[in-house]
Design a protein around this ligand. Structure first.
Ligand code: DX5
Ligand code: ZN
Length: 216
């Protein structure tokens, strides 16, 4: 069974506490928290202050996806806000290995995200040092976009490499996940499914989450 990580980017921010409590009481495994700076991506979302309050609503894992430039400037702030997993973009890190070391020294699990156009092979040398790959299946910046089908080949290639090298790294797939395509994504090798719109814009988010959870 896949780990289900709903993205609060699509939540109702006037009712953020209600939506967080709903996720906490759902079959969701993780909270996926999308941080955007208006520089790395053309959108601005929220930062450590909001995550600090979200953290108070749950004991579930807070999986923080940084879509920001210079993530090293803020890693400690996200640790203090309560992040369990901190993911940085390979395209935003000139010294990726140093960024990963910093995240781990602070006491968090470390993830690396890659954009749809970035070849999966660029990850291979960092895999022994990380806990998670966030494979973007849309261009980062917005919820509600369509899944880019070429991502499936990238997931398969990464999964094969991880198995060959016997590496314990989770593959998270982020963007455009739906009840229709989730099975194919899991079959390709995904361990974690992020879902924003599919959960929060559905008539029954609790049912959508439990349906996603049952897909194998
Ligand atoms: C996109 C974010 C995603 C997004 C997913 O930049 O990283 O986590 O919120 O939303 P959906 O599932 O609506 O594509
Ligand atoms: Zn995300």
């Amino acid at each position: 069974m896949a780990i289900i990580a709903p993205s609060l980017l699509s939540a109702d921010f006037l009712n953020l506490e209600r939506d967080c409590k709903m996720l906490h009481n759902s079959d969701a495994d993780w909270f996926h928290l999308d941080v955007m700076d208006g520089r790395f991506v053309p959108n601005i979302s929220f930062g450590p202050m909001i995550i600090h309050f979200i953290r108070k609503t749950t004991t579930k894992i807070c999986d923080v996806h940084l879509m920001i430039e210079e993530p090293e400037k803020y890693a400690e702030d996200f640790y203090k806000a309560g992040a369990d997993i901190l993911t940085v973009h390979i395209e935003a890190c000139r010294h990726l290995h140093r960024n990963i070391q910093q995240i781990k020294i602070l006491g968090m699990k470390a993830g690396v995200a890659i954009n749809p156009h970035t070849p999966v092979e660029t990850l291979f040398d960092i895999l022994p040092d990380i806990d998670l790959v966030c494979m973007m299946s849309v261009n980062p910046g917005f919820g509600g976009q369509s899944f880019i089908p070429q991502t499936l080949q990238k997931i398969k290639k990464l999964k094969q490499f991880l198995v060959e090298k016997n590496l314990d790294v989770k593959i998270e797939v982020d963007g455009g996940i739906s009840l229709e395509n989730a099975a194919g994504v899991i079959e390709a090798g995904a361990d974690v499914l992020v879902a924003g719109n599919a959960v929060f814009k559905s008539d029954d988010p609790l049912l959508t989450i439990s349906t996603l959870k049952k897909i194998i």
